[in-house]
Design a protein around this ligand. Structure first.
Ligand code: SF4
Length: 348
C-alpha cells in the first residue's frame, strides 16, 4: 500500500478498503453511517475521505505505542497475563459524552485537536510483539476505523507464523461487510455495550444500538473470543431495570460471556455527573448473576473481589487479578483444578 498523500502536519492518507461507487457517488461501507463522501471531502468520522474517484484513510497510523497486560483491555478470559503492544489510530465513529480518550478519538470532529498519529509499520510492530511473546491490541479509539491497519497486521502475523494475536477494544459499530472482512483477523474483542435501549444509546453515543447488537452476534458467529463492557452512568443506564435489560443482552450471547461493569468517572461533557457508587456496582453484579451470567467483573470499585474468576461449577477461586493485571492463575489446562469443569475462554 503506498502513500496517497500527506497533509502538512497531518495524516498520511492511504487507499482504503470497504467502499463502493454508486454512479458518480462514492459510498463508505465501513460503518452503518454509510456516508456518501463529498467531492474531495471527509466522511462523518473525518478520518476517511474522498480524493478523486477513490476513498482514503488516515488511520494507517498510531498515536500510541506501549505495553500493557491483556487485562487492561479488558480481556479476562483470553490468555491471562499476555502482554500486548497497544496501538491507537486517531478517530472514532461515536461521540460519547463521557469519553476518556476524547483528544484522540475525536480528532477531526473537534476542530482544535491536533493530529498525533505516526505512520505504522506492521512488520516492525509484529516483530516487536513476537519478540516479547505478546499480542497486538488496538484500543483507546475505534479500531474498526483502522480496518486497513488491522488487515496489514493480520497479514504480517500470518507471515510470521500466526503466533501474535490481534485484539480489539471496539464500539462494535460496523457494517456486516466490515465485520465479515475483519473478524477473521481477530483473536479476541471487547465490545462496549453502553445500554439496552436505543434512545439512551443515541443520547450517549450519537448512534443507534442495533448495529452494535448485530456485531456482538456476528463476532460470536465468527468464533472470535468476545467480552462485553458497560459503563454505568448516573441517570442514563444505572437503574435496576436498565441494568437487567443490558445483562439480558449479554446473557443472550451465552451465560459464560464475561461482562465488565465499568465504574463511570466524571469526564469530558459529563464531568458534572457523580462517579458510579461502589454499592450500585455490587448490586449490579448480584442482579446479573441472578439472571444467569457467570462472569461479571468490576474494575476500580470493588477491589480484587471484583476481578476474581470463580469456577461456575464448584465456586473455587481460579484466577486472581490486581488492578489491570494478573496475580494468580490456578487453572489446570482450561478447567477447574478442584472439580474439573472447563472454563469458557482462550487459555493458552
Ligand atoms: S467509517 Fe467514517 S466515512 Fe465511513 S461511513 Fe462511517 S463515518 Fe462515514
Amino acid at each position: 500500500m503506498s502513500d496517497a498523500g500527506q497533509d502538512a502536519g497531518g495524516p498520511s492518507w492511504r487507499p482504503a478498503v470497504l467502499w463502493h461507487r454508486d454512479g458518480g457517488r462514492l459510498v463508505c461501507d465501513l460503518c452503518p453511517s454509510a456516508c456518501v463522501l463529498p467531492a474531495d471531502g471527509p466522511g462523518a468520522c473525518r478520518v476517511r475521505r474522498r480524493r478523486g474517484g477513490v476513498l482514503e484513510t488516515a488511520t494507517f497510523a498510531s498515536a500510541v505505542r506501549h505495553w500493557q497486560p491483556v487485562e487492561r483491555k479488558p480481556l479476562y478470559h483470553f490468555r491471562p497475563g499476555l502482554p500486548t503492544l497497544t496501538l491507537a489510530a486517531p478517530g472514532c465513529t461515536f461521540r460519547c459524552d463521557y469519553c476518556l480518550n476524547a483528544p484522540l478519538s475525536q480528532y477531526g470532529r473537534d476542530a482544535d485537536l491536533p493530529w498525533t498519529g505516526a505512520a505504522a509499520d506492521p512488520a516492525a510492530l509484529l516483530a516487536a510483539a513476537a519478540a516479547r511473546g505478546a499480542g497486538i491490541a488496538l484500543s483507546y479509539s475505534e479500531p474498526g476505523l483502522a480496518a486497513e491497519l488491522t488487515l496489514a497486521l493480520h497479514q504480517a502475523a500470518q507471515a510470521q507464523g500466526g503466533a501474535v494475536p490481534i485484539l480489539w477494544k471496539s464500539n462494535g459499530y460496523l457494517t456486516r461487510a466490515a465485520l465479515d472482512l475483519l473478524a477473521p483477523c481477530l483473536a479476541a474483542v471487547n465490545v462496549d455495550l453502553k445500554c439496552a435501549d436505543d434512545a439512551s444509546h443515541r443520547r450517549l453515543t450519537g448512534a443507534p444500538l442495533a448495529p452494535v447488537l448485530a456485531t456482538l452476534e456476528g463476532l460470536r458467529g465468527h468464533g472470535v473470543w468476545l467480552e462485553v463492557s458497560t459503563p454505568l452512568i448516573h441517570g442514563i443506564n444505572d437503574r435496576p431495570a436498565a441494568i437487567r435489560a443490558t445483562a439480558r443482552r449479554v446473557l443472550a450471547l451465552g451465560p459464560e460471556t464475561p461482562w465488565h461493569l465499568v465504574r463511570f468517572l466524571p469526564e469530558h461533557r459529563l464531568a458534572a455527573l457523580p462517579p458510579t457508587p461502589p454499592a450500585l456496582l455490587a448490586d449490579a453484579v448480584a442482579m446479573a448473576r441472578d439472571l444467569g451470567l457467570r462472569h461479571v467483573y468490576v474494575e476500580r470499585a470493588l477491589g480484587d473481589a471484583g476481578r476474581r474468576t470463580c469456577c461456575p461449577g464448584c465456586g473455587a477461586a481460579l484466577i486472581e487479578r490486581g488492578r489491570w493485571r494478573l496475580t494468580d492463575n490456578r487453572l489446570h489446562g482450561d478447567g477447574c483444578p478442584a472439580c474439573g469443569r472447563p472454563l469458557a475462554g482462550v487459555w493458552s
